[in-house]
Write a protein that binds this ligand. Structure first.
Ligand code: KG4
Ligand code: ZN
Length: 345
């Protein structure tokens, strides 16, 4: 294996991030630095990410963040083998900032550029943290995505399921908003749910029982709104009960959907050897009830359940550097400097 060291840049949503990752000739990988600046404070007043504010914040912060990442890694640009920058999917303003910066550095320092798909970054993270080998299943649950993906190899992915309406994190955020809880909604809903009675409301579990592996969460949000309107004004206990019931509905839904995915994996990839694995990624992976549900499901089906450290589940540049490293290591050609960002990819 070649020794490789990559500088990664991530600006696709509301985190500005830079990181340096390396892998030595023995195959040992190391995170040399991992710098993330969250724009949460800038967006929270609006109850969601405002694209124009995000793009400006990336412009203001990125140069210094890259410098900090190099400094913390104790390397200079001359010591890195390539630049990896997120080129999609995401908010176009932020993508332009990160990718243009990556191009400029690549050009100036004479290094190759890898334009990385953000989802590929999430998908390959478990190979850095847990040395996982292919193939495996990944559940990505964030504010923008809800996907079950078969990861066969670098650049070789098969989407088995996706949401047909809201992303799971979005469902948490919207539910929180209509209950008067702060943004981001996930942590607030989880906190309230702890003191709630999950049996009080019987919220719908869309698509449960269907053979296709897609997800749907907008009906759940609508049911929460109706319940809230019926019993308004809401006491703290009411809110807690709604949150607990909401989380239970999600757990039951995931149990069915992901359970089917695990069965399909075992049926279609029986001869891969070793224990099959399910990896979770995305901000919603912070949710303890969700983790417990997935852990239980994996135990029952003979899967390893892998949840990378939370800082690597949410958006970061380590995963982008790592995806670039994986591409470079198997000889995938770098991208031309006129590569364009792709908001949808
Ligand atoms: O991956 P992420 O940090 O950012 C992007 O979506 O790009 O995910 C953020 C999402 C938000 O929707 C947030 O409400 C949700 O993750 N989230 C949670 C929890 N912590 C964050 N959802 C449920 N429970 C949590 N503890
Ligand atoms: Zn992400």
């Amino acid at each position: 294996v070649p020794f490789l060291r990559i500088l990664g840049i991530e600006t696709s949503c509301d985190e500005t991030a830079a990181a340096v990752v390396e892998r030595d000739a023995e195959g040992h990988s190391r995170i040399l630095s991992d710098v993330v600046l969250s724009q949460l404070d800038e967006h929270s007043a609006y109850g969601g990410v405002v694209p124009e504010i995000a793009a400006r914040a990336h412009v203001e912060a990125l140069d210094e963040l890259i410098e900090a990442a190099l400094k913390r890694a104790n390397v200079s640009l001359a010591d890195v083998d390539a630049i990896a920058a997120t080129s999609g999917p995401g908010l176009i303003g932020g993508l332009l900032v990160g990718l243009m910066t990556g191009k400029a550095i690549a050009k100036a320092a004479g290094k190759p550029l890898y334009a990385v798909n953000h989802l590929e970054g999430h998908a390959l993270t478990a190979r850095l943290t847990d040395g996982l080998s292919f193939p495996y299943l990944m559940l990505l649950v964030s504010g923008g995505h809800t996907q079950l993906i078969l990861v066969r190899g670098v650049g070789d992915y098969e989407r088995w399921g996706t949401t047909i309406d809201d992303a799971l994190g979005e469902a948490f955020d919207k539910t929180a908003k209509l209950l008067g809880l702060p943004y981001p909604g996930g942590p607030a809903v989880e906190r309230m749910a702890r003191d709630g009675n999950a049996g009080r409301f019987d919220f719908p579990r869309p698509l449960v029982g269907e053979t296709r592996l897609d997800f749907s969460f907008s009906g759940l949000k609508t049911a929460v709104r109706q319940a809230a309107q019926e019993i308004a004004p809401l006491s703290d206990q009411d809110v807690a009960d709604i949150c607990a019931s909401f989380q239970r509905a999600i757990s039951r839904t995931l149990k069915d959907r992901i359970g089917r995915g695990l069965q399909r994996f075992k049926a279609e990839l029986p001869a891969t050897g070793g224990t099959p694995a399910l990896v979770v990624a995305g901000g919603v992976a912070a949710n303890l009830e969700l983790r417990a549900t997935l852990q239980g499901l994996c135990d029952k089906n003979g899967f390893r359940f892998i949840a990378p450290p939370l800082s690597l589940c949410t958006d970061n540049a380590v995963m982008i550097a790592w995806a670039g490293l994986e591409r470079m290591a198997i000889g995938i050609a770098p991208d031309p400097l006129d590569v364009q960002p792709r908001s949808r990819w």
